[in-house]
Ligand binder design. Structure first.
Ligand code: ADP
Ligand code: MG
Length: 657
């Protein structure tokens, strides 16, 4: 019995319409999604010439009976939904019933499929939309789709394809991310010459990250895991614009819950664009402004506002909470409870960052620079020995190397809106480290050096580690050197104090107990009209933060009282900087943001400067204060506060291990 049917016109008309076949990567995406929807556990993809010449995908999924194999090429023929109500709760990746017919019309397509309980399978061949062969064949259970000569009959579209290596890298990125989303499945991607990705099933997402990218990458990530029962936020109702007639009586059974898991990068990993942010909603790779915003919020004051983290986040929520029928490429979604979703993502990621409080490593910080170029792509790796489980690619020593395929800078928008950079697989590696991963020749204990007792476990909890620091002195009256049993630490005195003051100002502001000082003479500032407009919006908040400022004439303000700790000479700079900063932001003024900006600005101007000698007790005081802060590892602008040169690094450098 066939499972596929053609949707009624009424239903078909409710589906976000549009072309989905734009380039080889979008072909792979549609076919891969079909294989996943078919319950496959092994998916193998073969491409030639970046997919332009050939894309073949073989799965072990449910397969199709003969009737279905033919019906699948009709427009709006699908086994995944039946009626309009199903559109409200889509559990599969596909539902439009358009991919196969679209693909068949622009390529030479061969479908081989056999349902497991059928004695034989069906082969269908279609050239540019015309069926020219249908036959029975003895083939393995599952489905194999071969797409040759993409766009052979639409030269205009063919012209827009990029070089083979660019197209291949987009495919590699896509397959990698689906492999990351489904660690329990086997994925393979081969090009004519290389095994680009070979990922047998593993136990979970972290094993998958390790398998695909190696230990180094995994070490740069912090796990996220959070659940929010939806009961607490009210029972979900279908959104008004999607309410279906005759569906008014039934209460939803259980409201379900929101789940988030995955990984986000440590603050020292900073990317110049969003290309390393991957968000999956119910197994679907999406681009969503709301989630992007939540992530930016989570990293506020942890990394600078101009850079982005690496994120691999899997969100799961009841099907009726998310509308995927928004865009033909299915890469955009609409959440029913937007604020709940936004805050859940922000808080889960923030909590993970707070909990991990990762310590910047001295050696990694040396090469740290925000990077735009994605540097880790499985496609990058020349594979001579296909990696099997337990033999991560990193073992081959590529984890910290620059990408191997030709550098690709173009971005493309596939299926509208979902833009991916070339080689945009999860990329977190840094410039090559100065200390080699493996020191080729270990100098054996030659008797002239006494062994150092085993290194204690490096603390993952930050506070005790900082609290036990003993300051030794300053480098150039700017950086404090300190030691504890974990190693040698270097602390940037200015940013350390900035972090301390930032949190103090925010706390005092929350408790409405800001310390302030009256200036000997009021300070008169000239403002531009734009600054003046902004000033009127933030003046109340400035007052709450220990300022007393009055409008003075048409274009000027007079500052009479300023927060304690800022020298009068700095007040002017601070206010100008603040107004400039806020005027550059493109978003509307938001009180929360103004508050943190003011706190960061006060902290920056009141903090101990570099090139300032500090007494021993002052250094000890600063470190003790830093240990008390909530987020001691980076300043409000996202720069690292301290670096640790661990005992292991020291021993390695001295070739003791
Ligand atoms: P959709 O995925 O939106 O339903 P497609 O055109 O991609 O539309 O596929 C049409 C139908 O063909 C699917 O609903 C499914 O029943 C069947 N199909 C496609 N690919 C496979 C596959 N790899 N294994 C089993 N069935 C498949
Ligand atoms: Mg499909």
């Amino acid at each position: 019995m066939g499972r596929i049917h053609v949707l009624s016109e009424a239903v078909a008309n409710q589906i976000a319409a549009g072309e989905v076949v734009e380039r080889p990567a979008s072909v792979v995406k549609e076919l891969l999604e079909n294989s996943l929807d078919a319950g496959s556990t092994r998916i193998k993809i073969q491409v030639e010439a970046g997919g332009k010449k050939l894309i073949q995908i073989t799965d072990d999924g449910c397969g199709m009976v003969r009737d279905d194999a033919l019906l699948a090429f009709e427009r709006h023929a699908t086994s995944k939904i039946k009626n309009a109500a199903d559109l409200l709760n889509i559990a599969t990746l596909g539902f439009r019933g358009e991919a196969l017919p679209s693909l068949a019309s622009v390529s030479r397509l061969r479908l081989e499929s056999r349902a497991a309980d059928e004695p034989s399978g069906t082969v269908v061949e279609i050239n540019g939309g015309k069926i020219f062969k249908v036959e029975e064949a003895g083939i393995p259970a599952g489905t194999c789709v071969t797409v040759r000569d993409l766009f052979f009959n639409t030269p205009a579209r063919k012209k827009f394809l990029r070089s083979e290596s660019t197209e291949l890298s987009h495919i590699a990125s896509l397959v990698t991310h689906y492999a990351l989303a489904h660690p329990e499945k086997h994925f393979e991607l081969h090009s004519a010459t290389n095994a680009v990705l070979v990922a047998p099933p593993v136990a979970g997402h972290s094993e998958r990250v390790y398998q695909v990218f190696g230990r180094e990458t995994l070490d740069q990530l912090i796990p996220v895991a959070a659940v929010l029962p939806l009961e607490r936020i009210g029972l979900p109702q279908p959104p008004p614009w999607r309410r279906v007639e005759g569906d008014d009586g039934g209460e939803p059974s259980t409201p379900g819950e929101l789940r988030a898991h995955g990984f986000v990068s440590k603050p020292e990993i900073q990317k110049l664009n969003r290309n390393s942010i991957y968000v999956f909603v119910n197994g679907r790779l999406i681009r969503d402004r709301l989630i992007q915003h939540a992530l930016t919020e989570a990293y506020r004051n942890v990394i600078p506002p101009t850079v982005y983290p690496v994120v691999l986040l899997f969100l799961e929520l009841p099907g009726e909470e998310v509308d995927v029928n928004v865009h033909p490429s299915k890469t955009e979604v609409r959440f029913r409870q937007q604020t709940v979703m936004h805050d859940f993502v922000r808080d889960s990621v923030r909590a993970a960052l707070m909990k991990a409080r990762p310590i910047p490593q001295f050696v990694t910080e040396i090469g740290a620079r925000p990077t735009a170029s994605p540097s880790l792509t499985p496609g990058a790796r020349p594979v001579d020995a296909p990696a099997s489980f337990g033999a991560p690619y990193a073992a081959a020593g590529f984890a910290l190397q620059a990408p191997i395929p030709p550098p690709l800078t173009e971005r493309f928008h596939f299926s509208g809106g979902f833009s991916v950079e070339g080689n945009a697989a999860l990329s977190v590696a840094r410039a090559p480290q100065t200390i080699p991963e493996v020191i080729p020749e270990i100098i054996k204990d030659d008797g002239c050096t006494a062994p150092i007792p085993d290194e204690p476990e490096l603390s993952t909890d930050f506070v005790p580690a900082i609290a036990s620091l003993k300051p030794l002195g300053q480098i150039r009256e700017s950086f404090i050197l300190a030691v504890n049993h974990e190693g040698l630490w270097i602390i940037d005195q200015h940013v350390a104090h900035e972090r301390v003051l930032f949190e103090k100002v925010l706390k005092q502001r929350a408790a409405r107990r800001v310390e302030s000082q009256r200036l000997l003479l009021p300070l008169v500032l000239e403002l531009t009209p734009a600054q003046q407009a902004l000033f009127s919006e933030i003046s109340e908040e400035l007052n709450q933060n220990g300022f007393e400022v009055e409008v003075f004439g048409t274009r000027s303000i007079a500052v009479k009282v300023a927060p304690a700790g800022i020298e009068a000479a700095q007040v002017e700079d601070m206010l100008h900087e603040l107004l400039d900063q806020l005027s550059r932001e493109d978003q509307a003024i938001n009180l929360e943001r103004v508050r943190t900006r003011i706190a960061a600005s006060i902290a920056c101007h009141a903090a101990i400067k570099v090139n300032m000698p500090l007494e021993q007790n002052k250094m000890a005081w600063l470190l003790a204060e830093l240990a008390q802060t909530e987020f001691p590892m980076s300043c409000p602008h996202g720069r690292p506060v301290l670096l640790r040169y661990s005992l292991k690094d020291i021993q390695r450098a001295f070739k003791r291990i």
